[in-house]
Design a protein around this ligand. Structure first.
Ligand SMILES: *[C@@H]1O[C@H](CO)[C@@H](O)[C@H](O)[C@H]1NC(C)=O
Ligand SMILES: *[C@@H]1O[C@H](CO)[C@@H](O)[C@H](O)[C@H]1NC(C)=O
Ligand SMILES: *[C@@H]1O[C@H](CO)[C@@H](O)[C@H](O)[C@H]1NC(C)=O
Ligand SMILES: *[C@@H]1O[C@H](CO)[C@@H](O)[C@H](O)[C@H]1NC(C)=O
Length: 154
């Protein structure tokens, strides 16, 4: 489950990022950097999409087939770990500070846990395997956007 605060913060961050695309004196330094804005929108968007796919998979795997429901629970906890750290990084960028190293590590750890757990889910259900492929590409996209944020927003 996602903490309401985490979700609201991410939506706020996304909205603020989009709003930030307009000229603003307050965030002039950041908004001047188009690459940085694109990366911020991408990482927030990819993680929200991955979270949605994980929710769908949680329902599909609720039969408790083998280790699948435990694995998808671990996927979700990895996504939440990454989500919290992204919120921290986006928050730091808004206030013009460097993203804390601990948050950077946490994004990587969360995404890695999610990817590895997802990779261990086995299923013959085409709906599940299709969602797993979607989830994997969303997690990889989030990881790449995370790298872009660190590269473009400093
Ligand atoms: C669940 O995972 C454990 C440890 O990884 C493994 O020993 C066991 O065989 C798995 N069970 C199923 C049903 O896959
Ligand atoms: C999920 O994570 C927990 C805590 O790290 C671990 O004990 C458990 O074995 C994991 N489940 C599977 C199926 O790997
Ligand atoms: C995935 O499965 C392998 C082999 O059973 C195991 O060593 C590894 O810990 C598992 N990883 C996760 C994240 O469940
Ligand atoms: C969940 O995934 C299945 C298979 O891809 C899809 O048909 C269904 O619409 C999805 N449901 C939601 C709520 O996204």
């Amino acid at each position: 489950m996602f903490t309401p605060f985490g979700c609201i913060f991410l939506l706020f961050a996304l909205a603020a990022t989009l709003a930030g695309a307009a000229p603003s004196r307050l965030f002039a330094r950041q908004t001047g950097d188009l690459q940085c804005n694109i990366a911020r929108v991408k990482i927030v968007g990819s993680i929200l999409q991955a979270a949605q796919t994980a929710r769908n998979l949680t329902q599909e795997l609720s039969c408790g087939c083998g280790n699948s429901s435990s694995l998808i629970a671990n996927v979700t906890s990895g996504i939440i770990t990454a989500e919290d750290a992204v919120a921290e990084i986006v928050g730091a960028i808004f206030t013009g500070q460097a993203a804390p190293a601990s948050a950077r590590t946490q994004v990587g750890d969360g995404l890695t846990l999610a990817l590895e757990s997802a990779g261990n889910i086995t299923s013959t259900d085409p709906a599940v395997t299709s969602n797993l492929a979607t989830l994997t590409s969303q997690l990889i996209a989030a990881g790449q956007a995370g790298d872009d944020v660190l590269q473009d927003c400093n």
